[in-house]
Design a protein around this ligand. Structure first.
Ligand SMILES: *Cc1c(COP(=O)(O)O)cnc(C)c1O
Length: 407
């Protein structure tokens, strides 16, 4: 396998890591087999044959480079990991079967019984389960804080605090948490910071540059971006991956399938085109809904000046993202009427998809959280989360207008 299409020996003028993101996303990580295929090859194999007993021994001791078994590594998965690392500006990346496998590994890989975790309250439902329910079963204590209140992060740190976890913008309230400030607080407390960067996408926010130690993604969202496969990714320094993640993933086995890695790898080529288009439409949709004051009580979109943390969003992000959240007047009943009137926008719970999708968090993704805790998180009964797809903006606006009228 070669990393470069040029004849052997010809030096590259510029390394791919020094090129701009769109170029990295098309060419980064590509390894070619002896056939010189243009499109990245799909190595759908559980394992690899050795040329000799000695070579097998060498692969297992690590002295001989090469692949052994796809739970440990696979060329298609390695290409995906390398492309993600180049996009994020991270030294190392590890792909996982789902976003939740990435979040779980980022926590379990670092923690032991007796440790303590601090996390923002506003977390994706399953992430909250990990912190609130799962980790305590293994002797890891956790504290949930209002992520936007820096004093709460400071006050929650204890001598045994190992890591902080946050998501920004949060799902679904689109709260913005000051990543650089929380990273400083974590480091002062001797802890690491893990950021779930799904809503921002790797294009609009770079947590590692803001001081985070580890970034996790559900690649199911914008990376695939076409609603086909599940996947996740963990990105960090070589030291962080070696110390906390590498062995945990190898031995516990939440590996990404080579097929899914191949789908994701090809999707990365169009990530900037898709996210930029979805974001342009999201800005239009947010403004459109904000004017429908008869049906819509409040619109949340980080790039609008009426977003409570608009200034912070502008400071740490380069765009407002692809999701618009709003409160329909009249609570659950009105929100359901709005959703049921939609034709172009689909009712589902993915986001970052080519198809626009509306979700009612209170009865779906955040149903497990008791109503009082949901209200405290700012998730009301009338709240809808709208992920903007790639449809023509005028068809989307017509569909949304019909839904407003139905309310
Ligand atoms: C979807 C999502 C996850 C979980 O990802 P899966 O691929 O569904 O496992 C984690 N965090 C956030 C913010 C998400 O949106």
């Amino acid at each position: 396998m070669t990393e470069n299409a040029k004849p052997a020996g010809a030096p590259a003028r510029k390394s791919i890591a020094d090129m701009r993101p769109a170029t990295r996303l098309v060419h980064g990580g590509t390894m070619r087999s002896q056939f010189g295929e243009m499109s990245e090859a799909l190595f759908l194999t559980q394992g690899f044959a050795y040329e000799s007993m000695e070579q097998a021994e060498g692969r297992f001791t690590g002295e001989s480079p090469g692949f052994q078994y796809s739970r440990f590594g696979n060329p298609t998965v390695a290409m995906f990991e390398q492309r993600m690392a180049l996009l994020e500006g991270a030294q190392a990346a590890r792909a996982t079967a789902t976003g939740m496998a990435a979040v779980t590994a980022s926590m379990m890989g670092q923690l032991s019984a007796g440790d303590h975790v601090v996390a923002a309250k506003a977390l994706f439902g399953s992430c909250r389960f990990i912190v609130e329910d799962l980790l305590p079963r293994y002797g890891v204590a956790s504290t949930l804080v209002d992520g936007t209140d820096l004093d709460q992060w400071r006050a929650a740190a204890r001598p045994n605090t190992r890591t902080f976890l946050l998501e920004s913008p949060t799902n679904p309230q689109l709260e913005i948490i000051d990543v650089a400030a929380v990273a400083d607080i974590a480091h002062a407390a001797g802890a690491t910071l893990v950021v779930d960067n799904v809503f921002a996408t790797p294009l609009l926010q770079q947590p590692l540059q803001l001081g985070a130690d580890c970034v996790v993604y559900s690649a199911t969202k914008h990376v695939d971006g076409q609603g086909r496969v599940l996947g996740g990714c963990i990105l960090a320094s070589n030291e962080f991956i070696d110390k906390h993640i590498h062995n945990f993933l190898r031995q516990t086995g939440p590996s990404m399938s080579p097929f899914n890695a191949w789908v994701m790898l090809k999707s990365l080529e169009t990530l900037p085109l898709r996210v930029n288009q979805q974001m342009r439409s999201a800005e239009r949709v947010a403004d459109f809904l904000a004017e429908r004051t008869g049906a819509i009580a409040r619109v949340l979109y980080p790039w609008r000046t009426d977003h409570p943390q608009h200034a912070l969003a502008r400071k740490q992000m380069t765009g407002g993202g692809t999701v618009v959240v709003f409160d329909v007047r009249g609570g659950k009943e009105a929100a359901f009427r709005f959703g049921n009137a939609l034709e172009v926008v689909k009712l589902s719970n993915n986001l970052g998809d080519a198809k626009s999708i509306v979700t009612h968090p209170a009865t779906t993704t955040h149903q497990r959280i008791p109503r009082a805790a949901r209200e405290e998180m700012g998730i009301g009964e009338g709240m809808l989360r709208l992920s903007i797809g790639l449809e023509d903006i005028d068809d989307l606006l017509e569909d949304l207008k019909a839904a407003c009228d139905a309310v």
